[in-house]
Design a protein around this ligand. Structure first.
Ligand code: SF4
Ligand code: SF4
Ligand code: FES
Length: 818
């Protein structure tokens, strides 16, 4: 897209050719009313409020594409008359229940009614009954719905589920006289309003989706709301605390909406999480997993002294998980440097090793892409992650790229995922056998590599062989045919097409057979790749503990270096990237451990189950390093009255008044910047630019092209996988009241049917290494195939016993038990 300039209300605006005029206006702080349009989604033209004049002609600014020199006028008498009529009609039969409506105070219908000064009504029609629907965590009230279709659009173009659609309303018909006396666009909008409401796309009564809740977030009125939040608080009483999603490495911008609990309890309480839906969707864990705070009345001195005594006299190792801030990670690193503790965090250790091996061939300490580059791509490949549940935001970015950029892609994972498969018909999904990730990356390097150095090219050639195949070709011949015309026979020449089979010699890559891509893969891929220009590759946590992780990371490095792919590596926990950059981690632990949010010889815990309480992440200020390689701030939504890690560090000889005093000290040699916590921004600009914290700068390092040949894969007979269901991420999401549940062995309908099991039946899982667990099975109808998964969010299950080295696949025996 070339750079152009257009004029909006006399203001010269720089833009990209083809950009929507509405987006250009927003980026230049020029107001155009709009109710149905969502940035990064397709326009639905439902509201028609964004009407403007372009070079003297009426156009809808959400749909009109910018061209060099365009002259746009955002209002004149005719436009204002039309907009006012639209708003009047939106107010026809809209229930007058603003006093109790959950959206009141942040309702776009209220705002535009005021903006257009609608103080009288010239339209009316008989109302028809519209009954509210209870869709689990979501409540839909069609009588409040203005059929803007934002919910439908966000679910299709952003989330990738297409779970909602417009359905028949059977409202009263508009009489002819209304057509004559109503402005054109207002009439068209009204007609639609009478005919439609929102329903479940499958036609079922219940909404069977992953319940991300993004549709409630985009709804401009009170029609789609969180069932839990309904009638609990008014928008104007809630204080918005900007923060970062504490549960996964997207670290998306969220707001904790906080108010005093009730009239008899003045303590602050989080009532809900909201988000800036125009630029930053959030997943179910971020939206509903907010009340995991650790309530502590006061500082428990005795417990604190016990911990300090242990740290001074017994502890040689600190074990922790990557659900901590960068500042806490720096405190731990400083304690290692001053006190000699080992730092044990197997997950971050594996991630760090993976990035180190990646940089050995890529020559860069960090991967090149982020969620934005994925969103802007038109060809996206995903390997080594159960995308939908490991990183829903990566899934949203991939779906958005496929939907909005006429994109295509490839998804490789041993567990078939119906949600991901549904992103686009131009996405090929392969449920390959366990252990073939190395072959897949080799294959991608072979397919997309450019100017490969001789040693790699040689290695690649060993995968190639010539094969003869039979293909069907279409041929056209001119033949004479006899036709009847006016009762007479006539011989005419006609082009006749027919299909013939021919044998040709093609070059094949044996890896395609090994991975199981099918004979027609080349043909399909050629079609998918037509006119594609921007490539992204997403890889994830299956690779970090993979037995072949070292070579996999190196092949990935070569892919970043020698192909057009921008590579995105999903950190497995919220701050795995920050921890891996800040801490010198140890592979082995010592004899006596202090565990931070991890059970050990002595434990400090924000779950309230240890020897000393610690604040939860919704009670802390600090920063995370997101998968976008951005250091983003998070703020405390709730107070905490106990000791924090900084108190422990100070007792051991470090000196800092507050934990966030460490923000400015984060290691500059690892790409962090010496910026004070209070100086970090946390917002999106009106042009949609992520102005949050700062970007970590990766470094160039010396590299080589040393990779090994793909090694053989040992087949697993009955594998299980370590993963959480889509809305769970950890013990903290499971502590939250809307997500709290018991874990199970999650399986596809194929798996259950084959074994004559139904949800709730008990099974016994046993491994050769002695692992044993009796657990209920639960249907996950979003997956397919024969590999079930065990979660980590419910620690009672001890799923990790089957995955001792961290690799996410394990071979087990599963039997039904009574
Ligand atoms: S439910 Fe809300 S978002 Fe969906 S069409 Fe109705 S008003 Fe629009
Ligand atoms: S909750 Fe999410 S997946 Fe379900 S309908 Fe709403 S946007 Fe779609
Ligand atoms: S915003 Fe353009 S038609 Fe609604």
């Amino acid at each position: 897209m070339s750079n152009i300039s257009i004029t909006i209300d006399g203001v010269e605006c720089k833009a990209k050719e083809g950009e929507a005029i509405l987006n250009i206006a927003r980026a230049n702080d020029i107001f155009i009313p709009a109710l149905c349009y969502l940035s990064n989604c397709s326009p639905t033209l439902a509201c028609r409020l964004c009407l403007v004049e372009v070079d003297g002609k009426r156009a809808y600014s959400c749909n009109a594409k910018a061209k060099e020199g365009m002259d746009v006028i955002t209002k004149n008498d005719e436009i204002e008359k039309e907009r006012r009529a639209i708003m009047e009609i939106y107010d026809v039969n809209h229930p007058l229940e603003c006093g109790v409506c959950d959206q009141s105070g942040e309702c776009e219908l209220q705002n535009y009614t005021m903006e257009m000064e609608v103080d009288s009504q010239s339209h009316c029609i008989q109302d028809s009954p519209r009954f509210a629907k209870d869709w689990g965590r979501i409540h839909y009230d069609p009588s409040l719905c203005i059929v803007c279709e934002r919910c439908v659009t966000v679910c299709k173009d952003m989330i990738g589920e297409s779970a909602l659609k417009t359905v028949k309303r059977n409202g009263a018909e508009l009489g002819k006289d209304w057509k004559e006396k109503t402005p054109k666009d207002a009439y068209a909008m009204w007609n639609k309003l009478q005919k439609s409401i929102i329903g479940v796309a499958s036609g079922a009564d219940t909404l069977d989706c992953t319940m991300c809740g993004e549709c409630t977030s985009v709804c401009p009125v009170g029609a789609l709301v969180s069932t839990d939040f309904q009638y609990k608080a008014n928008a104007w009483e809630l204080k918005k605390i900007p923060a970062a999603n504490p549960h996964s490495s997207d670290c998306s911008l969220i707001y904790y909406d906080v108010r005093h609990d009730n009239v008899s309890n003045s303590n602050d309480k989080i009532f809900r999480v909201s988000n800036d839906y125009s630029f930053s969707p959030i997943h179910a864990g971020a939206r509903y997993g907010y009340d995991f705070e650790n309530q502590v009345e006061s500082k428990k001195e005795e417990a604190f002294n016990k911990v300090i005594d242990a740290l001074e006299n017994k502890v040689d190792t600190i074990e922790f998980k990557s659900y901590i801030t960068n500042e806490e990670a720096l405190i731990l690193q400083k304690l290692k440097e001053t006190k000699g503790y080992k730092l044990h965090n197997p997950d971050a250790f594996a991630f760090k090793k993976f990035l180190e091996n990646f940089s050995k061939t890529s020559g860069q300490t960090l991967y090149s892409g982020d969620l934005k580059t994925v969103q802007e791509s038109d060809f996206v490949v995903c390997v080594g992650t159960a995308l939908k549940s490991d990183s829903p935001n990566s899934g949203y970015a991939m779906n958005n790229a496929l939907s909005m950029n006429k994109g295509a892609g490839l998804y490789f994972h041993p567990i078939g995922d119906k949600v991901v498969e549904g992103y686009s018909k131009n996405l090929l999904s392969f449920a390959h056998k366990v252990g073939y990730e190395e072959d897949i990356l080799y294959f991608l390097l072979d397919l997309f590599g450019k100017d490969l150095p001789a040693e790699i090219a040689y290695c690649q050639e060993t995968f190639h062989h010539k094969e003869t195949v039979v293909v069907t070709d279409k041929i056209e011949e001119i033949k004479e045919v006899v036709l009847m015309e006016d009762g007479e026979e006539k011989t005419v020449a006609k082009v006749i097409s027919s299909k013939v089979e021919k044998v040709i010699e093609v070059e094949k890559n044996i890896l395609a057979d090994i991975i199981g891509l099918g004979d027609d893969f080349d043909v399909k891929l050629e079609k998918l790749l037509a006119k594609k220009e921007k490539f992204s590759l997403i890889v994830g946590p299956d690779l970090y503990f993979n037995p072949k992780s070292e070579n996999i990371a190196k092949i990935l490095g070569l892919i970043q270096k020698y192909t057009d792919f921008e590579v995105v590596v999903i950190p497995s926990k919220t701050n795995s990237l920050g921890v891996s950059l800040i801490c010198d981690l140890d592979e082995e632990k010592g004899k006596f451990s202090l565990g931070y949010n991890k059970k050990a010889d002595i434990t400090i815990s924000s779950l309230g189950k240890g020897d000393l309480d610690m604040p939860a992440l919704n009670q802390q200020e600090g920063t995370f390093t997101s998968m976008n390689k951005r250091v983003v701030p998070t703020n405390a939504a709730l107070p905490y009255n106990g000791y924090v890690l900084n108190d422990i560090a100070n007792a051991l000889g470090l000196e800092a008044e507050f934990t966030v005093d460490y923000t400015v000290q984060l290691p500059v040699d690892k790409g962090f910047k010496a910026i004070e916590f209070d100086d970090l921004p946390n917002e999106f600009t009106s042009a949609g630019i992520e102005n949050r914290g700062y970007l970590i700068e990766g470094k160039s390092v010396t590299c080589n092209n040393e990779i090994k040949r793909a090694s053989d894969v040992e087949e697993m007979q009955t594998p299980i996988y370590l993963a959480n269901p889509v809305h769970q991420f950890n013990v903290f999401t499971n502590k939250s009241h809307q997500l709290n549940e018991a874990g199970a062995l999650y399986a596809s309908s194929d798996f259950l049917e084959k074994r004559d099991l139904v949800s709730g039946d008990m099974v016994k899982i046993e491994s050769e290494e002695g692992g044993s667990l009796v657990v209920a099975v639960q249907l996950d109808n979003t997956i397919s195939g024969d590999i079930p998964y065990l979660p980590t969010f419910d620690t009672k299950l001890n799923a990790k016993q089957f995955f001792p080295i961290g690799y996410r696949f394990a071979s087990v025996n599963i039997k039904g038990v009574k």
